[in-house]
Design a protein around this ligand. Sequence first.
Ligand code: NDP
Length: 259
Amino acid sequence: MNRLAGKVALITGAGRGIGAAIALAFAREGAAVVLAELDIETARGTAARIAEQTGSPRVLAVHTDVTQRASLQQAVSKAEEAFGPVDVLVNNAGINVFRDPLTMTDDDWRRCFAVDLDGVWNGCRAVLPGMVERGAGSIVNIASTHSFKIIPGCFPYPVAKHGVIGLTRALGIEYAARNVRVNAIAPGYIETQLTLDWWNEQADPVAAKQATLDLQPMKRIGKPEEVAMTAVFLASDEAPFINASCITVDGGRSALYHD
Ligand code: NDP
């Protein structure tokens, strides 16, 4: 408890899934949390649940589209007005765009990069000037095991997620001397709506789910809370010398060559 006491954290895409779990974990650890989310109704509902579960009044939902630079800057301004300077940014909002490279449309490519890579950069550049000036800050980017590994048929999502690691490392080095840390988390399969939607799009959703479970060394997929615990650690003062790094949260799946 109180590992993030006194901090202000802004989490993108926090209305549901991994982002919502991170917002709840951060609030439990004493942070003021801003849920920067495209679907404001979902965000408000999640914010109300977090306030109720933690007893914290310092929970705010803000309509945000991470593809728009001005929208993120506005979200940061609202966070500052409500709670003060943003100490922690979690760039979590992301979408799956899984296509065949040669039949994919230009719109698919642009949509994927607009959310999954531009969205992360837009978040970073909205908070970095203040963090650099104050000489303190922690940015946590939610990457993916697709940042290192390729599954056929998932193009161009892994291209954008590889970019998230490049961005994390580049910015981590650029601002290291200003005491601003930039790190990433690479989740494997996590049970969220994103994953459920993917299973449901397959010809046999039950078989698709079983096939996913069979691939896992721990014979289960991860929970959003398990990613959130890692985000708390990276955001906190317990990780002062971890910078430009990525922590993989996948139960060992990406280390497995084959059974
Ligand atoms: P969900 O789809 O459950 O949640 C994503 C949230 O982001 C939604 O609330 C969504 O809102 C919001 N969002 C989408 N586009 C935007 C936007 N332009 N601006 C602001 N918010 C937006 O996904 P997960 O929780 O599963 O994923 C979170 C992150 O984790 C993503 O970056 C994803 O790539 C990554 N990840 C997930 C894995 C998994 O297995 N689940 C594995 C590896 C990485 P709305 O519903 O309105 O679209």
